[in-house]
Design a protein around this ligand. Structure first.
Ligand code: ADP
Length: 205
C-alpha cells in the first residue's frame, strides 16, 4: 500500500529539465590569471591546451583524457597535421568537448636525468607558442595543464616557475595582453595546487 503511494507520487511529479552545471574550483585569482583544480576537459574556456606527444595521435595522462572526451574526430584531424615539434603548438577543433572552442596541442620537453637549459627553453616556448596561437585565432581565454610534469618527468616546482614566467612575460606585453581575457593554470593533484597557490601571488601581484 505504501509502495503504491510512493509510485503514484513520483508518477505525478514533473521531472525538472537537466541543466549542465559547470563548476570551477578556483584556487587563486589575480587579475587575468586563475588557478583551477579540475579536469581540464570540464572547463568552460575558449581554448584548452593539450600536453601532446610529437605524433599528435594521443597518449596517456591529460592527452588521453582530452582525446577520450573529444572523440575519434579529433584523432582524424590530428592525423592531417604532420605532428608537432617540441615547444611548438598546433590547433584543432574541440569536437565533443562542447564547452571549449578549440584545442591547442603543444609538445613539452622530456626530462631524462636533470633539467637542462634546453628543457627550460622548450617548456617556456610551449606556453608562449600556445598563447600566440590563441591570440592568432581570436581565442581570448586559455587553460593550461602542467605541461611535461607527468610522464615527461619535469619536476613540478621547476616547471611551474617556467610556466608562470612565460605567462607573465606574455601578459606584460601590452599589445598581446589586450587580446587575452583569462589564463587558467589547471592543477590536477594536491602537489601542483600547493605550488601554484604559493607562486601565483608572487609572480602576478
Ligand atoms: P606530459 O607527458 O607532458 O608529462 P601528462 O599528461 O603525463 O603530460 O601530465 C601533465 C600534467 O597533466 C600532470 O600534472 C597531470 O597530473 C595532469 N593531468 C592529467 N590528467 C589531467 C586532466 N584530465 N586535466 C588536467 N590535468 C591533467
Amino acid at each position: 500500500m505504501r509502495q503504491t503511494t510512493i509510485t503514484s507520487f513520483f508518477n505525478n511529479q514533473k521531472v525538472p529539465t537537466k541543466k549542465i552545471v559547470i563548476k570551477q574550483n578556483i584556487i587563486v585569482e589575480i587579475n587575468k590569471v586563475k588557478v583551477i583544480a579540475d579536469d581540464i576537459t570540464k572547463l568552460k574556456v575558449d581554448a584548452i591546451v593539450n600536453a601532446a606527444k610529437k605524433s599528435l595521435l594521443g597518449g596517456g595522462g591529460v592527452d588521453g583524457a582530452i582525446h577520450r572526451a573529444a572523440g575519434l574526430e579529433l584523432r582524424k584531424e590530428c592525423r592531417t597535421l604532420n605532428g608537432c615539434k617540441t615547444g611548438e603548438a598546433k590547433i584543432t577543433k574541440s569536437y565533443n568537448i562542447e564547452t571549449v572552442k578549440a584545442i591547442i596541442h603543444t609538445v613539452g620537453p622530456i626530462v631524462y636525468d636533470c633539467v637542462t637549459e634546453e628543457n627550460r627553453e622548450k617548456l617556456y616556448d610551449c606556453y608562449k607558442n600556445s598563447l600566440i596561437t590563441a591570440v592568432d585565432n581570436r581565442l581570448r581565454s586559455i587553460a593550461f595543464p602542467s605541461i611535461s610534469t607527468g610522464i615527461y618527468g619535469y619536476p613540478k616546482y621547476d616547471a611551474a616557475i617556467i610556466a608562470t614566467q612565460a605567462v607573465k612575460d606574455f601578459l606584460d606585453d601590452e599589445k598581446q595582453s589586450k587580446k587575452i581575457d583569462e589564463v587558467i593554470f589547471v592543477v590536477f593533484g594536491e602537489e601542483d595546487e600547493e605550488i601554484y597557490k604559493e607562486l601565483i601571488p608572487n609572480v602576478f601581484s
